[in-house]
Design a protein around this ligand. Structure first.
Ligand SMILES: [Zn+2]
Length: 384
């Protein structure tokens, strides 16, 4: 039997047409299709009444750590994936060449959430805790990289954590190496910025179009994208003009309301929102991707902008053609959510509180045209 779903009465948030409007969304055999022609396929149609809620392309979280049981940070993928309205999760360098087969077997193949990955340029990934780039002998070789990227479609790019506690005495060397690998493979690098060395002034000029700077809006005393005059550094502006994507990567220590507010006040470059969720920040301060979106929303970004930051923007940068879109014929991943009126205090990684008046709450997740998660969280809520 041909399986079809039509979502009716919802407010469809579609960043690709920059609109929120009431319309139906159709799905047939796991793909999006114009709902007005579904009947002509003789399909058995089930209907979802999304009255009072929002309907968006499935959310993508491009920075998480889900290599559970093999890294101390790893959290269960579905817990922060489909159960929180996230249909695609990208693990940011938990696995490296040596343990990717295990990651694939234990996480990718067993999760209902789509799991993709940035491969750590350290062959060990985060399986020996941190400091993975302190020994140059652990860097993945070009031939090794070529071979694994040829055979693993779940790999979207490389991960290089460029901060003092990770690179030890190697300074920029691991990033030079990552640059060489990325140019050879034609894949992006996700670079984590944090405490120096190396300096952000040295890191940013090495990034090209399509690369991603995660933890971009951190509030640490050094290595910020914002100058003491509350403007973007010239290196940051040049980077953004070249098409590098800045990413939130909330985490326990890497998202400052103040930094993002300054950015918002003066600049209009698109960015992505990710959580950096793992077991040590899940309870606090991160919670979920949607809670991170609620914080960004609390700083004054529109609903359309925060949804674009977890759908269209990351999909475009990573050349994901099946995700982050409602385009006809692409994979039908959908996130249904409420925006609930509240008066709630949420904190950034600096412990800075903000009172938010709305929170985004998932209640139904669809993957490949099938319901994979439904909660009762939103049933009492109403869109206002
Ligand atoms: Zn991380």
């Amino acid at each position: 039997m041909v399986e079809a779903i039509i979502i009716k009465n919802g407010y469809v948030v579609d960043p690709e047409v920059s609109k929120i409007q009431k319309r139906d969304i159709g799905m047939l055999n796991g793909k999006f299709i114009d709902p007005t022609i579904i009947e002509s396929y003789g399909a058995d149609i089930s209907y979802i009444d999304a009255n009072g809620s929002y309907v968006a392309p499935g959310f993508i979280d491009i920075h998480t750590h889900v290599f559970k049981d093999y890294t101390t940070l790893g959290i269960e993928a579905d817990k922060v994936g489909i159960n929180q309205g996230v249909t695609t999760i990208i693990d940011a360098g938990s696995a490296g060449l040596d343990n990717y087969a295990t990651f694939k077997q234990k996480v990718i193949n067993t999760s209902k959430t789509e799991v993709l990955a940035f491969l750590n340029i350290s062959t060990k990934g985060l399986c020996n805790e941190g400091g993975e780039l302190a020994n140059p002998n652990d860097l993945m070789a070009s031939e090794e990289a070529r071979s694994i990227f040829r055979t693993e479609p779940s790999l979207v790019g490389l991960k290089a954590r460029m901060s003092g506690s990770v690179v030890g005495n190697n300074g920029l060397y691991p990033l030079l190496h990552a640059r060489k690998l990325a140019d050879d493979l034609h894949v992006p690098i996700m670079v984590h910025i944090g405490n120096p060395p190396p300096l952000i002034e040295e890191i940013l000029p090495m990034l090209r179009k399509g690369d991603i700077v995660t933890h971009a809006f951190h509030g640490k005393p050094k290595n910020k994208i914002i100058t003491p005059h509350q403007e973007l550094t010239s290196e940051a502006i040049n980077c953004l003009n070249r098409g590098v994507l800045f990413d939130v990567g909330h985490g326990a220590a890497s998202f400052s309301f103040k930094t993002l507010s300054i950015y918002k006040e003066k600049y209009n470059y698109p960015f992505s929102i990710s959580s950096d969720l793992h077991v040590r920040n899940y309870e606090s301060p991160v919670g979920s991707l949607m809670q991170t979106m609620s914080k960004v929303r609390g700083l004054g970004y529109s609903l359309l902008e925060v949804v674009a930051a977890v759908t269209m923007e990351p999909a475009k940068t990573l050349h994901l053609t099946e995700q982050g879109t409602f385009a006809s014929g692409t994979r039908a991943d959908v996130t249904l959510f409420y925006e609930t009126d509240v008066c709630m205090e949420l904190k950034d990684s600096e412990g800075e509180p903000m009172i938010v008046e709305k929170v985004i709450e998932p209640y139904l997740t669809i993957r490949e045209g099938k319901k994979v998660y439904e909660s009762n969280v939103g049933t009492k809520s109403q869109r206002n």
